[in-house]
Design a protein around this ligand. Structure first.
Ligand SMILES: NC(=O)c1ccc[n+]([C@@H]2O[C@H](COP(=O)([O-])OP(=O)(O)OC[C@H]3O[C@@H](n4cnc5c(N)ncnc54)[C@H](O)[C@@H]3O)[C@@H](O)[C@H]2O)c1
Length: 429
């Protein structure tokens, strides 16, 4: 889990798997764009107002069709953009090719890249001397601060997409180590309420089904973590007829899970009970040797948390003593003394490793927040301090307003009498 140290240097203009895949990438990027009306509206405004002119954006995001549409919006706003993947397994190689050949955006990402290549690619983005960073998991911010301290002062601000990244950034800020302001896009309600819950809920189910073709109905399914992601996954698994149990360490969330109708148990109790284990905690080693030992033959494990650290894979590999084989695309079987345990997408984000990640319609809102947060950071650069900021509420409501507008839904507004009533402390029974 310690990052590989990187050296500044001159990097190739791009590094992708196959530029020949570009045409397919363009088709899929355009398909996703149809589901991203909010981001399209922002792109059109950006193209006329050019609020990001002169900015160099270094992005470390999943290289997917939705991200491609975000980068197009940033480019329309006048920014120079380059990108590396935020996970070695999530890159869509056709999208990477399309970004390079059709949209002129330098991409450093290949699906399935090893750890050294992952950090080399991040380093290539750092070589562009970004003036704004856009992260999903805080790896770029962390690389700049640890390996390129002299570059940190060049950065006006950053944005961060996910829960795990925000936790790392807050730890940096608490240590006094954060060298520039970062806007936590994940904190926007129009991000985590929808992306983490509905986006990850649906796409985690999608990844598990694509990888295994399991029937969910009637199965015992344990979801570790009842945060935004865990709630979404549990909801969708239950919707497909699964018997869902939740593992939590937070008593309030455990109680909420119970009253939402799920069983609540410990990891130890769940180990011998469940057929399918899904982690979404942002924590490490939630399931480990003692749990693997208690699991039943045929158990399936998947992770939807940011890092591949939620399952103790080192212990699993040790227990299998080399008896590991790929039984289906994206499914490894660990033979543990005659018992077969299955792991999807190498324990990395299952929705991106074994499916396409979140549907575009939900990323529309997350990435609208990213684009507007970047614009905000540039406009307010003189006021922002070196700490982690939430997304301004005005941006959050604007994203929700635009999304509703795109659905063709009208909202009521309060009458004058109602507005006066809720603003007054004098009214009683
Ligand atoms: N797969 C995706 O596309 C995707 C999308 C959004 C977020 N994420 C990631 O998913 C993870 C969870 O995100 P979230 O927004 O739900 O976070 P959250 O903080 O809302 O929820 C995490 C929950 O896990 C619980 N938890 C922590 N340690 C635990 C343990 N040992 N056992 C059981 N429960 C434990 C916490 O109490 C908390 O309720 C993060 O790593 C986040 O970055 C992934």
């Amino acid at each position: 889990m310690t990052a590989i140290r990187t050296e500044p240097g001159s990097s190739p203009a791009h590094d992708v798997t196959d530029l020949g895949l570009a045409a397919e990438g363009v088709r899929r990027i355009e398909w996703a764009e149809r589901e991203m009306p909010v981001l399209r509206t922002i792109r059109e405004r950006f193209a006329t107002e050019r609020p990001l002119a002169g900015l160099r954006i270094g992005a470390c995001l999943h290289v997917t069709t939705e991200t491609a549409n975000l980068l197009r919006a940033l480019q329309a706003g006048g920014a120079e953009v380059s990108i590396a993947a935020s996970n070695p397994l999530s890159t869509q190689d056709d999208v990477a090719a399309a970004l390079v050949s059709e949209y002129g955006i330098p991409v450093h990402a290949r699906r399935g890249e090893d750890r050294d290549t992952y950090y080399r690619h991040l380093s290539s983005v750092a070589d562009t001397h970004p003036t704004l960073t856009m992260d999903d998991g805080c790896d770029l911010v962390s690389l700049l601060h640890q390996d390129r301290a002299q570059q940190v002062k060049e950065v006006i601000a950053g944005t961060e997409e996910t829960t795990t990244g925000v936790i790392r950034l807050r730890a940096m800020a608490a240590d006094g180590a954060l060298g520039y302001p970062v806007i936590a896009v994940n904190e926007a309600q129009t991000k985590h309420l929808f992306d983490n819950r509905y986006g990850t809920g649906q796409s985690t189910l999608d990844g598990i089904l694509r990888a295994t073709n399991l029937l969910i109905a009637g199965r015992n399914i344990v979801v570790a973590g009842y945060g935004w992601v865990g709630r979404g996954i549990a909801m969708r698994m239950a919707g497909h007829g699964g018997h869902v149990a939740i593992i939590e360490v937070d008593p309030i969330r455990a109680l909420e899970a119970l009253m939402d109708g799920y069983q609540v148990m410990t990891a130890g109790q769940a180990a011998g009970w469940a057929d399918l284990f899904i982690t979404a905690t942002g924590n490490v080693n939630v399931f480990r040797r003692e749990h693997f030992e208690a699991m039943r033959d045929g158990a399936v494990m998947a992770n939807s948390g940011h890092f591949d650290a939620e399952l103790d894979l080192a212990a699993l590999r040790q227990m299998a003593e080399g008896h590991v084989r790929e039984v289906r695309e994206n499914v490894q079987e660990f033979d543990v003394g005659g018992k077969r345990l299955h792991l999807i997408a190498e324990g990395r984000l299952v929705n991106l490793g074994a499916a396409e990640g979140h549907p575009a319609a939900v990323m529309d809102m997350s990435f609208a927040n990213q684009a507007l947060a970047a614009e905000y950071a540039v406009k307010h650069r003189d006021e922002l301090e070196n700490r982690v900021y939430g997304v301004p509420p005005a941006i959050d409501s604007e994203v929700a307003r635009l999304k509703l507008l795109a659905f063709g839904i009208e909202l009521d507004s309060m009458t004058a009498e109602q507005a006066e009533y809720v603003a007054s402390w004098k009214h009683g029974t």
